[in-house]
Design a protein around this ligand. Sequence first.
Ligand code: AMP
Length: 281
Amino acid sequence: MEIFKDIKGIRDFVKRERQAGRRVGLVPTMGYLHQGHLSLVKIALESADTVVMSIFVNPLQFGIGEDYEEYPRDLTRDAELAASAGVAAIFAPTVAEMYPKGYASYVEVEQLTEGLCGASRPGHFRGVTTVVSKLFNIVQPDVAVFGQKDAQQAAVIQRMVRDLNMPLEIVVAPIVRESDGLAMSSRNVYLNDEQRRAGLVLSKSLGMARERIAAGERDAVKLRQAMVDFIKSEPLADIDYVEVVSRESLKPLEELAGPILIALAVRFGNTRLIDNAVVEV
Ligand code: AMP
């Protein structure tokens, strides 16, 4: 496996792969890899011959007071995990390589970015769509794989690719969880033992929501309230949002019908965790 820190290096690598007739897949990450990331590599290898993983903690998608500085980084460990998963090349640029002095161009997706994480993290998705556009232009993959863990991000990127006629396929991969249900996240390392245990309230509340829908609940407001009450029964949990939205528009629903997305963000101390479930009603 090769590691490139500069744009020219990864471009030359991809050019060689293309010339050899290989289909190129991209898995964008911020590193500190876990099994969730590696599952994306596995899925990318199903439709690409060569998988490039980008590892870049993108300052543009972090707000003031968020965890950009503390975000866990370990390229040596990541390189071992990526190589064992079948990644052919890592692109791990510096901030100066991606945003040189005088940088002034941004990509924005409207509407889908207004609610959920977009509402509590102003500017976050502008940072995401800008860096992902840059990665697509640098690597020019045939396919890119994103995780359903970041449901709104996946929806926003699919919209951007459609709206801007970007010539690649987007694949969205299922959420990978720890054995007790906690969705894997690089941020889970921030949790102390108590918070780690309390964090189970996310997946449990989603399980409860699924059960209520299966039992006939069709009132989105009641379902949301039941989830809020359940999460509040955990003293360490501080709700950022709990939303029941249309899977297509990401707009809040009153009545449950069609494919819905139940999405939540909850703080445990300074750590903000997200989780979600898609349910076909
Ligand atoms: P991150 O490094 O957190 O920016 O995530 C990089 C990619 O991995 C994104 O497409 C995420 O949605 C995806 N991802 C993160 N955690 C998981 C998980 N537990 N299961 C599946 N995909 C994940």
